[in-house]
Design a protein around this ligand. Structure first.
Ligand SMILES: Nc1ncnc2c1ncn2[C@@H]1O[C@H](COP(=O)(O)OP(=O)(O)OP(=O)(O)O)[C@@H](O)[C@H]1O
Ligand SMILES: [Mg+2]
Length: 505
C-alpha cells in the first residue's frame, strides 16, 4: 500500500470512518470499509459499478444508516446519529450522482434552494437569491440563463447547476459523485480547476469518477473498493491507469480493436441533406450493415438533436431518411421502433428508465407485444426468459429482477437501458454516450457487445465525447460542429491527439 501524499500528511482528518457495513436485502454494498480524507486533500473513491461508492457517500451524509459497529468521525467529532440537515450545518455538501435537482424550478431557484428553505421559516428573498446564484455562476466562469427552467436544459448544464448549488454553502467537505460524467473536456477542465482552488483553501474533496485519467490528475490519494470491500488506499504519484483498473477489477483489461472496411455491405441508414431549423443542417451519410459509425463533437454540436430526429422525437424540416432502401418518415418514437430503429439516450435517468418500476419491467417494456401468450396476456415465462437473457448478456449486477430500478447503481441502470433497446432487435441502433458513468471493465463489455451486434448485421451510430473510445470502436468517424458534419476520419489512420485538437479548437 502506498503512503499518504507527503504534503497533506499533517493536516487534520476531515472525515475518518472505520468498520462501515451496509447490507441491502442480502447484498453487502459495504463490508467493514475504512476511509479517511484530510482537510485540503482531493481523495478519489474508485471502483466498478455497484462496488459501493455512492452508498458510502449516502452513509456519511445521513441518507442511509450504517450497521452497528461503524465508527464515523467528522471534523474530529464522533457521530452517532447522522441526519442530512445536521451534516449540511456542519459544512458538508454533496453533488449527487443523479443530480437531485428540481426540474420544474428555475436555475436560480435550484442553486439557491437551501438558502430559500433554511431550517428557520422566513420569507423567500428571491432577489438576494438571484444575485447570489449569479455571482456563483460568474465565479465558476460559466454562462447560464438563471431564469430557465431546469427541465429545459441539456444534462451538462444541469450538472453545472448541481455543482453551483453544492458550492453555495461554503462547505469544508464536499462529495462529488461523478460530477464530470456529462461534461465536455473544457467543462471538466474548469471543474477540476475549481476543485484545485477549493483544495488550496483547505476544503476536503471526495471525488468519484470512472474517467481514470481524471482521477489520477486531480487526487493525491485514491481509495479502491471492489464488491463492497476495501482493496486499499494508494498514492497517485506514479500510479498508471492500467494499474488502477487492475486494482478495481482484479484483472487486466485489454483495449483497442481495429476498424473494418464495410464499404461493400448493404446500406441500412442513408440520410441526405437532413436538417432541422436551429439544430442541424445538411447532414448526409450512410451506415452499412455491420458498420459502427462514430459521431464526435462538442455538446451542442447537434449530435443528440440529430438522434432525436432519427428516432421520431422531433421531425426534420429538410432532407431524406432511408432505412434498408425504403424512404421513412418517422412521426413518433413508436413509428421509429416499428421501422427498426432503437435509441439509447444519454440522459438515462429522465429519458431512459421508468424509475419506480422494476428492472424486469424496464427491460421488457419496449417489446411487450412479443411477450403476449395465446390469449393476449403477458407470458410470465417469455418475459422471465427475456429478462434473464439480457441480465446475463450485459452482466447487470442485480439482486432480483423484480426490484425497483432505483435500487441499482448508476452504471448498472445504464446497462438496463441498453438491454431494453437491444430487446427490440433493431436494424439501426443509436447509442448516445453509452459509457457515461460506466466503469472500465464494463466499457470493454459494452463495446464487445456493440461489435458482436455489428457482426450480426446491425448498423450502429455511436455518439460520444471520448475520442479514443470512438477511434478504437468505430469503423468510420464523423466530426460534427455547429450542426454540420465538418470532417470524416478513418480510425486506422487518425490520431486521437489531432482529432481532439480539432474538436476543442
Ligand atoms: N436502496 C437500495 N436498495 C437495494 N440495493 C441497493 C440500494 N442502494 C444500493 N444498492 C446496491 O448496493 C450496491 C452498491 O451500490 P452503489 O450505488 O453504492 O454503487 P456505486 O459504486 O456507486 O456504483 P456506480 O459506479 O454504478 O454508481 C449495488 O449492488 C446496488 O445495487
Ligand atoms: Mg454511484
Amino acid at each position: 500500500m502506498a503512503s499518504v501524499a507527503a504534503d497533506k500528511i499533517d493536516e487534520p482528518a476531515a472525515l475518518r470512518l472505520t468498520n462501515v457495513t451496509k447490507t441491502f436485502g442480502g447484498v453487502k454494498a459495504l463490508d467493514s470499509v475504512a476511509f479517511d480524507v484530510r482537510s485540503g486533500e482531493v481523495h478519489c473513491l474508485a471502483g466498478e459499478n455497484g462496488c459501493g461508492k455512492s452508498t458510502l457517500i449516502k452513509i456519511v451524509t445521513g441518507v442511509y444508516e450504517a450497521e452497528a459497529g461503524a465508527d464515523i468521525e467528522i471534523f474530529g467529532h464522533r457521530e452517532t446519529a447522522i441526519s442530512p440537515t445536521a451534516m449540511r450545518a456542519s459544512g458538508i455538501a454533496v453533488i449527487w450522482q443523479d443530480l437531485a435537482l428540481f426540474p420544474h424550478m428555475t436555475v436560480a431557484e435550484n442553486i439557491g434552494f437551501d438558502e430559500m428553505v433554511g431550517t428557520i421559516p422566513r420569507p423567500v428573498r428571491y432577489r438576494q437569491m438571484h444575485v447570489r446564484a449569479r455571482d456563483m455562476i460568474a465565479k465558476l466562469g460559466l454562462k447560464l440563463d438563471l431564469d430557465a427552467r431546469l427541465n429545459s436544459l441539456p444534462i451538462a448544464q444541469r450538472q453545472i447547476v448541481a455543482i453551483a448549488r453544492a458550492l453555495m454553502s461554503d462547505a469544508r467537505l464536499i462529495f462529488m459523485d461523478e460530477p464530470t460524467a456529462s461534461l465536455t473536456r473544457a467543462e471538466t477542465d474548469r471543474l477540476l480547476d475549481i476543485v484545485r482552488t477549493l483544495s488550496a483553501q483547505g476544503v476536503a474533496v471526495v471525488f468519484v469518477s470512472h474517467r481514470l485519467g481524471e482521477v489520477l490528475e486531480i487526487s493525491s490519494r485514491v481509495t479502491v473498493l471492489r464488491d463492497g470491500k476495501l482493496v486499499g488506499v494508494f498514492g497517485t504519484q506514479g500510479m498508471t491507469q492500467s494499474r488502477l483498473s487492475e486494482l478495481m477489477t482484479g484483472a487486466s483489461v485489454e483495449q483497442s480493436v481495429s476498424a473494418r472496411d464495410r464499404s461493400a455491405a448493404a446500406p441500412v441508414l442513408e440520410i441526405a441533406g437532413l436538417g432541422r431549423e436551429q439544430e442541424f443542417a445538411d447532414v448526409s451519410f450512410t451506415i452499412r450493415a455491420g458498420e459502427v459509425v462514430g459521431l464526435i463533437g462538442l455538446i451542442g454540436a447537434g449530435r443528440t438533436e440529430l438522434a432525436h430526429a432519427l428516432i421520431g422525437m422531433t421531425q426534420p424540416t429538410s432532407g431524406h431518411v432511408r432505412l434498408n432502401g425504403n424512404a421513412v418518415a418517422t412521426r413518433s418514437v413508436r413509428d421509429a421502433i416499428a421501422s427498426g430503429i432503437a435509441y439509447v439516450p444519454e440522459d438515462r435517468l429522465s429519458l431512459g428508465l421508468i424509475q419506480p418500476q422494476s428492472i424486469a419491467d424496464n427491460i421488457s417494456i419496449t417489446v411487450l407485444r412479443r411477450l403476449l401468450d395465446r390469449v393476449g396476456l403477458i407470458s410470465k415465462k417469455k418475459k422471465g426468459d427475456l429478462v434473464t437473457k439480457w441480465i446475463a448478456d450485459l452482466a447487470v449486477k442485480v439482486g432480483h429482477p423484480d426490484n425497483a430500478i432505483s435500487t441499482l447503481s448508476g452504471g448498472n441502470q445504464q446497462r438496463v437501458v441498453l438491454a431494453k433497446w437491444l430487446a427490440t432487435e433493431p436494424k439501426l441502433l443509436i447509442l448516445d454516450s453509452p459509457t457515461v458513468g460506466v466503469d472500465v471493465g464494463a466499457r470493454a463489455g459494452i463495446f464487445r457487445i456493440v461489435r458482436d451486434l455489428a457482426d450480426s448485421g446491425l448498423a450502429i451510430l455511436l455518439i460520444s465525447d471520448e475520442v479514443t473510445e470512438v477511434l478504437s470502436n468505430a469503423d468510420r468517424v464523423f466530426h460534427m460542429s455547429n450542426g454540420r458534419i465538418v470532417g470524416e476520419y478513418d480510425p486506422r489512420s487518425a490520431q486521437a491527439g489531432d482529432l481532439e485538437a480539432r474538436i476543442y479548437a
